[in-house]
Design a protein around this ligand. Structure first.
Ligand code: 0O2
Length: 215
């Protein structure tokens, strides 16, 4: 029933997704502005790329069933934090924390939840900083607060997450090999994190800490 509801081109469903698309635009713009500002203040841009997505109907449905949520749009809005997702891919680990800090200090951003999978990686090896925030969008006659999940990660963390996702969900992998695959992937994540740490040190050693440029 929920999938029919989401596929319908009726006004409530259209409005439901439009609000999330607007919230994504707001958050993307905030990070683009910070990228510009940081490149003026320090040498170089901290953001490599920004990728955004609206959660697919199938993925929404899977979550609704897994969490036994009620089948209506208000319940989805209330219970799902990641219908709108913005992924900010950074060059260095310290860029992630600097950007997150500036973003969260903006007075129209409300932090709902922060999950630091960089300091506390998942058992899979997954690393990223997740921020669930509420951002206002300004519509014709109202201002609405919309939730967005922001995932901040380095190029290395993104590389690992994207390949891990491809490998883990590959149907050709024999079930008896899954435990070994998990171990391998977790080791790759550790090596990848060591490389991030080393690149950060290289930057600090050869470019110094990111001190503001003189005017
Ligand atoms: P998609 O396609 O991005 O929508 P839940 O969201 O219910 O699973 P929780 O605790 O609310 O659980 O979310 P969590 O684990 O903090 O963050 C979920 C998202 O983080 C995932 O989204 C992935 O994008 C990413 N993620 C978390 N763990 C892993 C992992 O081990 N490997 C990879 N590659 N990504 C991970 P979705 O909903 O799974 O998918």
């Amino acid at each position: 029933k929920i999938i029919e509801l989401l596929r319908e081109n009726t006004l409530p469903a259209e409005r439901f997704f439009a609000n999330y698309r607007c919230a994504i635009m707001e958050v993307e713009t905030k990070f683009k502005v910070l990228n510009e500002e940081f490149s003026l203040m320090y040498d170089g841009n901290p953001i490599e790329t920004i990728k955004s997505r609206i959660k697919s109907n199938e993925s929404i449905l899977r979550k609704v069933i897994r969490r036994e949520l009620p089948f209506d749009l208000d319940a989805l809005e209330e219970n799902l934090d990641d219908i709108a997702g913005v992924r900010v891919i950074c060059s260095f680990v310290d860029d992630i924390y600097k950007l997150a800090d500036c973003f969260m200090r903006q007075d129209d951003i409300t932090l709902i939840k922060m999950k630091d999978y960089i300091k506390n990686p998942k058992p899979s090896g997954y690393r990223s900083l997740h921020l669930i925030v509420a951002v206002p969008i300004f519509l014709e006659n109202e201002k609405k607060s919309v939730k967005v999940e922001v995932q901040l990660r380095t190029i290395a963390m993104d590389f690992w997450a994207s390949l891990e996702h491809k490998l883990r969900y590959n149907k050709k992998i024999a079930p008896e090999m899954l435990a070994e695959l998990s171990r391998e992937l977790s080791e790759c994540a550790t090596e990848s994190a060591e490389l991030d740490f080393r690149m950060q040190n290289v930057k600090n050693t050869f470019l110094g800490k990111s001190l503001p440029r003189r005017a």
